[in-house]
Design a protein around this ligand. Sequence first.
Ligand code: DGY
Length: 318
Amino acid sequence: MATSRPRVLQYGKMPLPQLDAELAQAYEVSILSEQPDPARFLAEHGSQFEYLVTSAGMGLPAHVVDALPKLRFVSSFGVGFDSLDRESLMRRGARVGYTPGVLDDCVADLAFALLLDAARGLSEADRFVRRGDWARSRFGIRTRTSGKRLGIFGMGRIGSTVARRASGFDMEVAYHNRRPVEGSPHHYLPSLLELARWSDFLVITAAGGVGTQHLVSTEVLGALGPQGFLINVARGSVVDEAALAQALKQQRIAGAGLDVFEDEPHPHPDLLALDNVVLAPHIASGTHETRRAMADLVLRNLAQFIATGEPVAEVPWS
Ligand code: DGY
């Protein structure tokens, strides 16, 4: 006797192509973004889906949740959940699984890659050599990292993984968070402004969302000062990107390394013309090992919720 497989709505193609195939093997999958008319598909078939799969990158807008009256569970690929529409999910009473923990090392690695690149001018040095400038002139000397102060805004799993790497680089660490982290060996500073004033390198690992919108402002950048570097591997929305571009242009801060932007995939146009900023296309979790671990957690969250009504890792909305 043929067993019927649960129906799953996939919001779009996943960041790991094998995951598309694995979902299609285990479930009766429809991919919304592949439908000729997604709005019509939702209107005609929305009531058939209890389960949905998406990613932090794709997000989940309210109009999709509102078109799925029986939605019970969303399995999201990613640790960020600011792009999933909380209000509509709450109204629907749908639970949400996500993929924390498995990407901390990779994101911390990228934070350090950006930090070292910004401090030593590595991307700029690469352009210098390729242009043939080495034969004509000297590359300018840069900033060392050992003995410097690393400020972490957002001392969660990723922030503390960055802090562990910093100790290997002989950097002093302090942090700011909504509240001090119990048992943390690092110095807590009660405001982001004070942290920026203290830091040589300010690394942003705070969650995005309305509560953190533009917290890295002109004033915070001013406190970081002309010797300071800003590194952002969290969410573009945490930083006032126009203010950052101005600060970099006028050399009111020394440099920046950015993996995330306010309007991806469109960094502020002024950033593209500046040599004192290193830009990456939101790749912090982009390694084979980490994306595989994230995919496994997406699958486990979904399978376990269907079997028991409880996911492995549930979004902590508060
Ligand atoms: C995450 O997991 O939230 C990453 O930023 C990818 O979007």
